[in-house]
Write a protein that binds this ligand. Structure first.
Ligand code: DX5
Ligand code: ZN
Length: 224
């Protein structure tokens, strides 16, 4: 089953525990944590203390997306028993091969993220070290932006490459994902979809999570 990772960036921060528990109850399988440092991206968000405050409020695995300039220095702070992925940006890593090795050595799965303008060839020689490739479908920094259509082509090429070379990384899409495009994104080859405003901006969060999961897995009403 393909997985939905609601991003708490669009949640109500004054009741983050409840917001995380709500998407877990609805059937989401991961919790996406957007970490921004005000340098790599022009915004400041969540740090390790806030993420760790969710332990005990939800049992969803953490999907940590580091939009920060010095991931080698800060990645260890996000390691918990609940952390499944720590994803670094290819554009932020001078020695990406070494960084992915060191994330794995922390005992969590290593992800690498690509900005919309970054070609797949940037990660071609590190794919055997990646458990996840995150395709950014907006420029990182803010929730609620529009999906960049060329991201679909990138997902298809990545899925083809994975098949051709026999890699086992998962493919994640992040940015501008909603009910109107999640089925197409899934068909293109995404295994995990991040959704922030499409989940937490909905009037009925529970129904929206179920709808997105059904669209992603081809089980929405009217489909076979
Ligand atoms: C953007 C973040 C995303 C963001 C997605 O920089 O990485 O995870 O929360 O938000 P939506 O789904 O609203 O585009
Ligand atoms: Zn993200």
């Amino acid at each position: 089953m393909k997985r939905l990772a609601p991003s708490v960036l669009s949640a109500d921060f004054s009741k983050l525990g409840e917001e995380a528990a709500a998407v877990e109850r609805a059937g989401a399988q991961l919790l996406h944590i957007d970490v921004m440092d005000g340098r790599f991206v022009p915004n400041l968000t969540i740090g390790p203390a806030v993420m760790k405050s969710l332990i005990g409020r939800t049992s969803l695995p953490f999907d940590v997306h580091l939009m920060i300039s010095d991931p080698d220095r800060y990645a260890p702070l996000f390691v918990t028993e609940q952390t499944e992925f720590i994803t670094v940006h290819a554009e932020a890593c001078t020695h990406l091969h070494r960084t992915l090795q060191s994330v794995r050595s922390l005992g969590v799965k290593a992800g690498v993220a690509l900005n919309p303008a970054t070609p797949l060839s940037t990660v071609e020689y590190v794919l055997e070290l990646a458990d996840l490739v995150l395709v950014m479908s907006v420029n990182p920094g803010f929730g609620g932006q529009s999906f960049i259509p060329s991201s679909l082509k990138k997902i298809r090429q990545l899925a083809d490459l994975r098949r051709a070379e026999g890699y086992s990384f998962e493919i994640e899409i992040d940015g501008g994902v909603g009910t109107a495009n999640i089925a197409e994104i899934s068909s293109a080859g995404a295994d995990i979809a991040v959704a922030g405003s499409a989940v937490y901006g909905a009037s009925d969060v529970d129904a929206r999570v179920k709808h997105l999961l059904a669209e992603m897995n081809g089980t929405a009403a009217g489909e076979k």
